[in-house]
Design a protein around this ligand. Sequence first.
Ligand code: C2E
Ligand code: MG
Ligand code: MG
Length: 342
Amino acid sequence: DAAVAAERLMDVMTAEFDVQGRSLNNSCSLGISIFPEHGADGETLIKNADAAMYSAKTYGRNNFQFFTSDMNAQVMERLTLENSLRLALAKKELFLVYQPQMDIASGRITGLEALLRWQHSELGLVPPNKFIRIAENSGLIAPIGEWVLRTACAQARKWQDEGLPAVTVAVNVSAVQFRQENFCEFVRRVLHETGLAEQYLELELTESLLLSSADLTLSLLRKLKSTGVMLSIDDFGTGYSSFGYLRQFQVNKLKIDRTFIRDVAVNPDDAAVTAAIISMAKSLRLKVIAEGVEHEAQMSFLRKNHCDEIQGYYFSKPLAVDEVADKLRGTAMHALSANHGA
Ligand code: C2E
Ligand code: MG
Ligand code: MG
């Protein structure tokens, strides 16, 4: 009965609303707890329904979930993490690692993706997929995202000042940050303050972020683009893109999601999707990079299909900040001598 009621509620909530002549769409996530199995009093029932709702949200929204007891454990974990994440910046527990991106044709490093790490005093290293969403849901992504952008830009400038080959630094931007008022001005300010030239900053946006409200997105993208920074679509292929928008979005680069790359050398379906993305990118004159390349077999498939760049353990794991200089110097030398050899 509760499920039937939930479905009816969802139907009503997800219908188009007409607000002052504009049609708006809502998504809706529902959590359900049942008396007396999930609680003897109102407070407990609501708390547990709330936990179920969070679970529904993590299942991609627009669905409902019944409460289960292991959700309680998840809620506790989320609260604990959220509380310590609040202090993480001040305690300097956050740091960045940098994963090189390699141009397949020349073997040179073209860019470095900044990836956030959290060294928690008791829990050890907490992976980003455990805390980014918590940061987004609690609003903490704003100060953390600011810190990431500033740190990455300052570091990139520092490497250039040390005379290392100039490469772009790619920074992941979450939907919440992207929609923040003045995000564009903020990016400009950080570039100005750190002294990094705009063409050396690349912002990685995800497909779902771009499509969540395409009209607003278009104007935001134009503004960002006018600052001169590079834009790429991260995890490409996992969401659903509109080809029409893809052209209008004016991004520079597609990053093929690593779920396609994993079996690209053995699974004909993954090979077909990957080849199609590469050739579509070429037709649209976009750069294309494959994520999560681990083996030679994947590499040779990508080379054969004229993918521009790769990122993955095959070339390099994400590096600590003091390991980057050597890698930058090393491949520059290597590419130089390879060219001389030819
Ligand atoms: P992403 O942006 O798609 O980053 C690529 C992820 O793939 C990274 O995971 C990287 O360590 C991993 N990876 C790279 N090469 C390989 C490989 O060859 N094999 C495999 N199996 N994995 C590989 P990581 O660092 O755990 O980051 C996970 C996600 O967290 C990122 O996915 C990104 O969406 C998010 N993230 C990381 N840092 C930030 C940040 O500063 N801000 C925001 N908003 N999100 C971030
Ligand atoms: Mg990324
Ligand atoms: Mg990705």
